[in-house]
Design a protein around this ligand. Sequence first.
Ligand SMILES: [Fe+2]
Ligand SMILES: [Fe+2]
Length: 285
Amino acid sequence: MIEPVINDRERIHAEELARDGVPIREWWFKDNALLTFLLNASSTTIPEGERFIVRAVEEARGLIVREALIHSADRLIHEETAHACVHDAYNLYLDDIGLPAKRYGTETKKLLLFFEKRCSLEQRLAICAMIEHFTAIFGKQIFDTGILEGEDVDERMDRVWSWHSLEEIEHRSTAIDIYRELGGGYFTRAWTALYASTLFALVHTSCLLGFLASKKVLWKWKTWKAGLPYVFGRKGVYRLFLTDWILFFRPGFHPYDIPIENRLQKQLHHYHIEGDLVQYFPQGR
Ligand SMILES: [Fe+2]
Ligand SMILES: [Fe+2]
């Protein structure tokens, strides 16, 4: 059965929750602190990552020759700008509920400005290709496992992450195609990606631990007991993530080499809902 990501049932449910002022549960993802904070920590790093990509692709755009790739670049710029806007609102909501999102967003910004100052356009595009690989394999997991479906996930968050993930899956090859079009080679891509991945992993992990500590659940056995199978189990997020992440280092790698099962057959909508999604995060409640 084909279930569009924007289906009436989910849209109406999410709108009702927002209209009635029902707060998003602190542990909105399967009532699990670890899973919830993993995604919240990802959101914290997203806006600055998106803006880094937009700046690099805007700079590269004038050098692209293929008409179809220019079109893809424009679409990437549009979509990443919308993602940054929705996750900015999401992150303000995190600060509102007592999670130090602003602090970790600032750290991500510092890291990316460091790259921007010291790296050539080729190196920055390699970092973009790595970030896009991250987001595509993240989206693949969301849709291959169907983990966001179910009553134990807030419908508003399901829509935000499904929308973002589907767009990431669809534009997953744009950054690496631009990188190659402009002459980017294997070794720059590999070592830059390795270096950038290590630093991103450190920022993301410190954010996750910081969030858990701020809610005093970092040292609670219950947090880890309930969450670890989702994270490190046989089909855990990190395990699946690592299996796909490493494929980036194959010399001829292309994102389309990774099959996406999309178990629920969620479909991309191609109309703009970012204005609706931002409304899910009213400030100062
Ligand atoms: Fe994005
Ligand atoms: Fe993207």
